[in-house]
Design a protein around this ligand. Structure first.
Ligand SMILES: [Mg+2]
Length: 410
């Protein structure tokens, strides 16, 4: 069936928010990120790009390349707030949408032509509304699928829009460099380059079998993408979507240290799942069930994050506030909700390169050695080493709590 998929992306999001808050920054080169000695660039304005600056590079290097840039230490909470404001405008305007990251959205406008006159007009009106009401520049691409729309947005930027007519997807992609296809990273593009494949057209002209031979299953996906074929569905955004973990103690306990260790271990494991699924949370909650089966929970809204060092202290604080009865405790639980897609680099305003590298290294080890047959992580921070593995079975992002067999009590 023919689909109409809209992709919207806020332009240089962090920079635009800073400019909205201080109009004197308009038109000037801006760097947002960690301002410490080892800080990293989280976002940079278009004015800095001709100097060779890009996000992810050490702030020190960016400052050297573009000394006239204004450097701003970003603040996750402010960006989360603006992201949610835009989310609300989109929610009101379209029936089904996906929040792919804090500044990126997909919406399914299939069939809208029949009811609304034109899906393109509808997308234009939505863009106009976001610009006016949220005060932030945004670009969109409209086409038959997510992939082509995302690429179209990239070609429209900054602050513009582009529609790719049905049936012209292949022609649209053909002249582009292969690295413009989402999923083609540094490594894949190097492999392709070594094979003499520079442009998408070359892949289009190859038999799919040849791509499969070179890159395996990924080769087939890549061939489809190069040909503008992408069946990926919109994953509806759901504020209540959550991941959680809870544990019933084998015997009711009054040992506060043990409870604290347990919720720390659960928070740590959930944060790892977030990072693995490229998700961020903006709401955490802690649950305690006492031996009389009375259950209490407390929740806290926070800026989007998936970083242990930001989540664990808040989880502990919630636990301290919640645990106020002298009765024995039967069960403790931790839930992360209000999930959005996103990389944990969103926290790089207060992180150093070392911290980012540490997360990457730890998650690499976890991915490589760190899980048993149930998906339990074996690698953890020293402070939670005493805790038995926390189960994380099944798909953590379907909103269902993980299933913990009764015999696997702590
Ligand atoms: Mg963006």
């Amino acid at each position: 069936m023919e689909r109409t998929i809209l992709h919207m992306d806020l332009d240089t999001f962090f920079v635009s928010v800073e400019r909205k808050l201080d109009s004197r920054l308009e038109g000037k080169p801006i760097l947002v990120g960690g301002i410490g000695d080892r800080g990293v660039v989280a976002a940079c304005s278009y004015e800095t790009r001709s100097f060779g600056v890009h996000s992810g590079m050490p702030m020190k290097m960016a400052r050297n390349l573009c000394p006239e840039a204004t450097v701003i230490r970003g603040e996750g909470g402010v960006y989360s707030k603006h992201s949610k404001e835009v989310t609300e405008i989109i929610r009101e305007a379209v029936p089904v949408f996906e929040k792919a990251s804090i500044d990126e959205f997909y919406a399914d406008l299939s069939g809208m032509d029949r009811f609304q006159g034109s899906s393109y007009k509808m997308a234009q009106e939505l863009r106009k509304r976001i610009k006016k009401e949220a005060g932030l520049p945004i670009s969109f691409g409209l086409s038959a699928n997510k992939l082509v729309s995302k690429v179209a947005t990239g070609t429209a930027k900054p602050d513009n829009e582009r529609k790719i007519e049905f049936g012209t997807e292949k022609n649209f992609l053909a002249p582009m460099l292969v690295k413009k296809i989402p999923m083609v990273g540094e490594k894949t593009s190097q492999i392709l380059y070594n094979l003499g494949i520079k442009h998408v057209r070359t892949i289009q002209e190859m038999p799919v079998e040849m791509m499969a031979k070179v890159l395996g299953k990924n080769g087939v996906v890549l061939w489809n993408r190069a040909n503008g074929i992408d069946e990926t569905p919109i994953i509806p955004f759901h504020e209540r979507k959550s991941i959680s973990n809870e544990r019933t103690f084998g015997k009711d306990t009054g040992d506060v240290k043990r409870m604290r260790e347990m919720i720390r271990a659960m928070a740590e494991n959930l944060a790892y799942q977030l990072r693995n699924g490229e998700k961020l949370t903006s709401c955490i909650s802690v649950k305690i069930r006492y031996s009389d089966f009375n259950t209490f929970s407390k929740q806290l809204k926070i800026p989007y994050t998936s970083a242990d060092h930001l989540l664990i202290p808040q989880v502990e604080k919630l636990f301290e506030q919640l645990h106020n009865r002298r009765m024995m405790v039967r069960l403790v639980g931790v839930t992360f909700s209000d999930l959005a897609g996103g990389n944990y680099q969103i926290n790089i305003f207060d992180d150093s390169e070392e911290k980012l590298n540490l997360y990457q290294a730890m998650d690499f080890l976890r991915n490589r050695y760190g899980t048993d047959e149930r998906g339990n992580s074996i690698i953890s921070w020293g402070t939670t080493l005493g805790i038995a593995n926390i189960s994380s079975m099944g798909n953590p992002f379907n909103g269902e709590p993980p299933i913990i067999p009764a015999h696997r009590n702590a």
